[in-house]
Design a binder for this molecule. Structure first.
Ligand code: GTR
Length: 344
């Protein structure tokens, strides 16, 4: 399953060298000293940037990325091109974040789940049952604290641009799931952050953090028994084919984040920074529409394909089971949790 660490290390360093080479050739500006007051939007350095996306081309986050890239291209009269690389072609999420930190890749769309290992505050989104529904999430994200969180990414050499929708995450398994008891003793894959391990342990199961791209084969070969995600990911990753029991416990709402390398950002003129920031925000409405459509479609698709969907009508036993996790992290996240409560 796993490559030896030295092979991984070698592959990563080669990728890094290659990407540095590419950005030296392609992602450069043709005028030195791009920081300054370029008047017209089509006057100034030309750039070709890359954006790393974990999902395939027809997934709502990728559609959001493409809309963002299109807006930037239009608004700079073709001066700035952003090439979107879907399906984790530039690496799995954790690796993509590292590359963006280094400036080897300029943009990525990433889930707040893995982002939490790079910026602790983003771990708040992995806390279970802190939001009532998607409207609640968006009221929070669009408020002051939502923006503050994006801005705090600068401390991690990242420039947070915008949030995208990601619905809610629920468990699914190769074995039948009717309630919390059925999770006991299962090996459950989670997104890579430490808080998720606590959640799974509180449910009496054991957590296996691993990259998204490894989940399908791990379910298939029995390395894990279960995983958790929203309907769109459950469907598009084909996990429903190998783990056909889905239970709608909606334990987490983990927003997606569109971000840029701080190193790349700092090289841009203020005008270009503004164009990029605004285009990112302007792509959100489109991403959210696409999300809402695809969420319904993907639920229908997995039902049609014969997956067993168990509806959770009473979420209280689930909330009870994971309460120790909230208690453990409450003081660490008190300020953000207060803002989440206020957005209710
Ligand atoms: C999806 C998210 C991906 C990835 C995946 C996972 O909902 O959009 O970026 O984080 O979950 O579980 O790894």
């Amino acid at each position: 399953m796993h490559q030896p660490w030295f092979r991984k290390g070698l592959a990563l360093s080669m990728l890094l060298l290659f990407t540095l080479f590419l950005s030296a050739c392609g992602g450069n500006n043709d005028t030195e000293n791009s920081k300054g007051n370029k008047g017209a939007k089509d006057e100034g350095p030309k750039y070709t940037f890359r954006l790393a996306e974990a999902h395939p081309a027809d997934y709502p986050t990728t559609k959001g990325d493409l809309k963002f890239a299109e807006l930037v291209n239009e608004r700079t009269n073709g001066r700035i091109t952003i090439d979107v690389f879907p399906s984790a072609q530039l690496g799995e999420e954790k690796a993509a974040i590292e590359q963006v930190q280094l400036g080897a890749i300029e943009f990525t769309r990433i889930s707040s789940g893995p982002l939490a290992e790079f910026n602790k505050d983003f771990g708040v989104f992995s806390l279970p049952y802190i939001f009532d529904n998607d409207e609640h999430v968006w009221r929070f994200l669009e408020g002051d604290m939502g923006r503050q969180l994006l801005d705090s990414l600068e401390d991690s050499r990242l420039k947070g641009l915008a949030y995208y929708s990601s619905g809610s995450r629920s468990f699914y398994s190769t074995k039948e799931l009717n309630g919390t008891d059925d999770l006991k003793g299962l090996k459950i894959r989670v997104q890579q952050n430490k808080l998720n391990i606590d959640i799974i342990e509180a449910l009496g199961a054991s957590a296996t953090p691993m990259p998204y791209g490894e989940v399908f084969s791990s379910l298939q070969t029995g390395v894990i028994d279960a995983a958790e995600n929203n309907y769109p990911s459950y469907y598009s990753s084909k996990h429903y084919e190998v783990a056909p029991y889905y239970i709608t416990d909606s334990h987490q709402r983990v927003p997606e984040v569109l971000m840029m390398s701080k190193t790349a950002w700092d090289k841009l003129s203020e005008e270009d920074q503004q164009i990029i920031q605004q285009a990112a925000l302007d792509s959100v409405a489109y991403q959210r529409e696409e999300w809402d459509k695809y969420e319904k479609e993907s639920e229908q698709m997995v039902r049609d394909a014969g997956a067993t969907i168990t509806e959770v009508t009473d979420v209280k036993p689930w909330q009870e089971a994971v309460k120790p996790v909230i208690e453990k992290y409450r003081s660490e996240y008190s300020e953000i949790l207060d803002a989440i409560d206020q957005a209710r």
